[in-house]
Design a protein around this ligand. Structure first.
Ligand code: AMP
Length: 397
């Protein structure tokens, strides 16, 4: 279990509580298109309101490259949160985040009120963990709560720097839940424990594969990264995605799996196209037997069967990365098959954020999973066995 103080260990009555949330939601024309992250933040916010804190929320949104700009404003989040919470969330629109609007709003707060600050990345020091902004944030609060799991793998002002200048820094319910789920899964696994890793690049999942090989019973590989493994075994992969620099690493991982008695599954057949577009005619090809102009875009039907069978008796499954180019409906079959199987088996199913989380949600299997992480990068780093700076910065129990 997480050995950090949480909001259950403190008294917030009448105190100014700065809560770092992850409100990094997708926005199209000012409309929030997926509010999962807002909903996930509610338990912590409600608890602090109930306990009489003055709740000051902050978050980043996107990557504003040229300083403050309206399309990266958190204003739409304040509006939506007001509805979700059923009470006003007052927005403080300062380009400097901690400016005149924020200070005035905070000094007018009563116990249980909620204020939302502007996008923390409007301050260029935010991602550099600079001292001035960390001190500004600390100056407007008595207590700091970090509930932003999605950025826990980064050391920024609003999740790590600020903790140097406040006495009390604790984690919120979402952070606690994420870490406990992933931590229990990986460190005290129920077995059989199966990890499914897909997505585009071996290079981004190297350390995860290496770390999980010490823990799992089976590893299932899909997506663009599988062709590097197939090529390493001498197969023809046509024009499919490959990382030549990682061929020997791929072999090494397969050897490590053998030595550790871990079942290591890579695709045995592929959905291929000649042109990378949804309408291209598809051809099913045995893995490693592609023609020079074939492009692999999804796992084939035999692989779907192999993988779903391998999941039948699993008691714990961690999944990160799609099985194919699931954004194109014609190449989503493998990803759907895996998501459907996970929704049917009697196992703890943990979806590691990012693309696999949106795939599972968009395909309608979201409520059938045990836990869908709100942080893709953070959950990957956690699965790599790394300690997350955002978590480390909180006070120990
Ligand atoms: P990642 O960010 O590494 O988890 O990769 C997710 C991306 O991998 C998604 O955008 C998928 O479209 C992409 N992907 C999955 N399978 C393939 C494939 N066979 N070829 C190219 N891209 C793929």
């Amino acid at each position: 279990m997480l050995n950090k103080k949480s909001i259950d260990d403190i008294n917030v009555m009448g105190k100014r509580v700065l809560v770092r949330c992850d409100f990094n939601v997708p926005l199209i024309d000012g409309k929030i298109t997926d509010e999962n992250r807002l909903v996930a933040a509610l338990p912590t916010i409600k608890k602090l309101i109930k306990d009489g804190g003055k709740v000051i929320l902050c978050s980043h949104l996107g990557k504003p490259k040229n300083g403050p700009s309206p399309e990266f404003s958190l204003a739409p989040v304040a509006k939506r949160l007001t509805v979700l919470l059923g009470q006003e969330v007052k927005f403080a629109p300062d380009d400097s985040v901690v400016g005149e609007n924020a200070k005035a709003a905070i000094s007018a707060m009563k116990n249980g009120d909620v204020v939302l600050l502007e996008n923390t990345r409007f301050r260029p020091e935010e991602t550099k963990n600079g001292e001035a902004f960390s001190k500004d944030l600390a100056s407007i609060c008595d207590i700091f709560v970090n509930d932003a799991f999605g950025t826990a793998h980064r050391a920024h002002c609003s999740n790590v720097g600020v903790t140097k200048f406040v006495d009390t820094a604790v984690v919120g319910y979402l952070m606690e839940k994420e870490i406990n789920f992933l931590g229990n899964a990986v460190n005290n696994p129920v077995r059989p424990f199966v990890a499914i890793l897909g997505g585009s690049k071996v290079s981004s999942k190297i350390s995860v594969i290496n770390n999980l090989l010490d823990k799992v019973d089976t590893i299932i590989i899909g997506g663009g990264m599988s062709y590097t493994f197939r090529k390493a075994l001498g197969g023809n992969i046509g024009k499919s995605l490959v990382e030549e620099d990682y061929l020997s690493y791929a072999l090494e991982m397969m050897e490590k799996a053998k030595a550790k008695n871990v079942q290591f599954l890579i695709p045995i057949d592929e959905v291929t196209v000649k042109e990378f577009k949804n309408e291209s005619p598809i051809k099913i090809v045995a893995s490693g037997e592609m023609e020079a102009d074939d492009i692999g875009v999804d796992i084939g039907p035999k692989t779907c069967e192999l993988y779903t069978n391998a999941l039948t008796d699993a008691k714990l499954v961690v999944w990160n990365g799609p099985m194919g180019v699931f954004e194109f409906p014609n190449f989503a079959t493998g990803t759907i098959a895996v998501a459907k199987k996970l929704s049917e088996i009697d196992a703890i199913t943990i979806i590691g954020g990012g693309d696999s989380a949106s795939a599972v949600n968009n395909l309608g299997f979201g409520d059938k999973m045990t836990h869908i992480s709100t942080g893709g990068g953070a959950s990957l780093e956690f699965l790599e066995g790394k300690e997350l700076p955002g978590v480390l910065a909180a006070n120990d129990k």
